[in-house]
Design a protein around this ligand. Structure first.
Ligand SMILES: NC(=O)c1ccc[n+]([C@@H]2O[C@H](COP(=O)([O-])OP(=O)(O)OC[C@H]3O[C@@H](n4cnc5c(N)ncnc54)[C@H](OP(=O)(O)O)[C@@H]3O)[C@@H](O)[C@H]2O)c1
Length: 222
């Protein structure tokens, strides 16, 4: 399952001057609850605004910076090797150790490949839910009714921003998990326009007290 998760103001704003122009703890909790134990993929600027890897999630950071990419080569191999069953079964292997640093990759496609390799080699993953190429991976998951399962036996991929990553990732995402704020905010980065007729609303929770709505869109056609 490939997801996009974002909080979006009523005027489409997602960010301002490198940060998020609101502070809504309930939304942070929603984000954490959805992504914990899974794989998160983000742009380099979003990673820098967070300042450190999100805990208990594999963090993949997209960049064109050759130096970061070069330094990450060994890490990438390690992530895949360390996640093998053999290593998980080794009592000296600390599972969390491999998740305390980000993996830098050069494109959205490479991010998906690393995420899939990691998920595939995780012995907790239901291997029947993953196929070998991106497209069949997406197709397979779209047909899977048990898609909202958030437990670690069924690891999912979450694109967590910012604008440049959302704009590309929206073509791959099976679901858009959006916190839609009732109010406009000033900002300089936006969630991409998308055609709502390509999706069904799978989940909706209005929180008038917080002036927002949690909404999950599930893609029904390519
Ligand atoms: N409201 C929300 O839910 C939410 C969530 C996340 C972020 N945000 C906000 O969004 C803003 C950041 O968005 P942004 O669009 O400016 O930055 P971004 O998407 O976080 O990062 C952009 C950087 O990612 C790398 N990148 C992106 N696409 C790439 C590609 N196809 N190939 C290689 N590298 C690629 C480049 O890094 P290099 O420059 O290193 O090459 C690029 O400069 C911030 O204000 C942040 O707080 C909001």
């Amino acid at each position: 399952m490939i997801n996009i998760i974002a909080a979006v103001a009523s005027n489409g704003v997602i960010g301002n001057k490198g940060g998020i122009p609101w502070n809504i703890p309930e939304d942070m909790n929603f984000f954490k609850e959805k992504t914990l134990g899974h794989v998160v993929i983000m742009g380099r600027k979003t990673y820098e605004s967070i300042g450190k890897p999100l805990s208990e999630r594999l963090n993949i950071v997209i960049t064109r910076d050759e130096k970061l990419l070069k330094n990450s080569e060994a890490v990438k191999q390690n992530i895949i090797v360390q996640a093998t069953e053999e290593h998980y079964n080794n009592e000296h292997y600390n599972k969390k150790a491999s998740l305390t640093f980000p993996v830098y990759v050069g494109s959205v496609e490479e991010a998906l490949n690393v995420a899939k390799a990691y998920i595939k080699t995780d012995p907790n993953t239901d291997k029947n839910s993953i196929n070998s190429d991106n497209k069949s991976f997406i197709d397979n998951d779209i047909n899977n009714n048990d898609i909202n399962n958030n437990n670690t036996n069924n690891k999912e991929i979450f694109f967590i921003g910012g604008q440049s990553v959302y704009s590309e990732a929206i073509n791959y995402a099976d679901k858009l998990i959006l916190t839609r704020l009732y109010d406009p905010y000033p900002g300089d980065t936006y969630f991409p326009d998308f055609d709502e007729s390509l999706y069904i609303i799978e989940y909706q929770e209005k929180r008038d007290d917080l002036r927002l709505e949690f909404r999950i869109y599930k893609r029904i056609s390519k």
